[in-house]
Write a protein that binds this ligand. Sequence first.
Ligand SMILES: *[C@@H]1O[C@H](CO)[C@@H](O)[C@H](O)[C@H]1NC(C)=O
Ligand SMILES: *[C@@H]1O[C@H](CO)[C@@H](O)[C@H](O)[C@H]1NC(C)=O
Length: 145
Amino acid sequence: MRLLSIVSPALIFISASPFVIGEDWVVQVGLANTFTFTPNEIFPAIGDTVTFTYLTRNHSATTTTFTSPCPPPPGGVGPNAFDSGFVDSVTSPGTTFTTTILDTEPHWVSCMQAGGAHCRLGMTLSINPTTNQTEAEFMTNAINS
Ligand SMILES: *[C@@H]1O[C@H](CO)[C@@H](O)[C@H](O)[C@H]1NC(C)=O
Ligand SMILES: *[C@@H]1O[C@H](CO)[C@@H](O)[C@H](O)[C@H]1NC(C)=O
């Protein structure tokens, strides 16, 4: 009882601080064997993390351009590019890749696999899309590229 009364104010202080722990946004890759990211748009803040969970096939999560997405280049398109590399979830389903969000700019994500073939199937994720650069337009650009 006495220990609790000492410890709990510290815990309240930590959990109330916005800078200690960001939110983790979970994105499923290849859900039900589809060429998709689920969800396909997310709105993380600086310091939040995005955890990709690879469920089927052999995919990557790689940043690319809004206008000419396919295929995303190895290493991704920056600033604050990221690239999970190829993740084989045939042998290791549930493998994860986590990246930390460092800015509030939009980031356009697709899969590098098969020379851009997965990308051209509309396998897209928008991080912080805007009203004039939407996930729907990004997906259309991918399908047409
Ligand atoms: C995953 O895909 C990459 C790129 O096509 C390929 O090089 C790699 O061998 C694949 N991994 C497996 C385990 O099939
Ligand atoms: C997008 O919209 C904002 C205002 O909402 C505007 O300032 C900006 O110029 C637009 N960008 C493009 C590329 O049209």
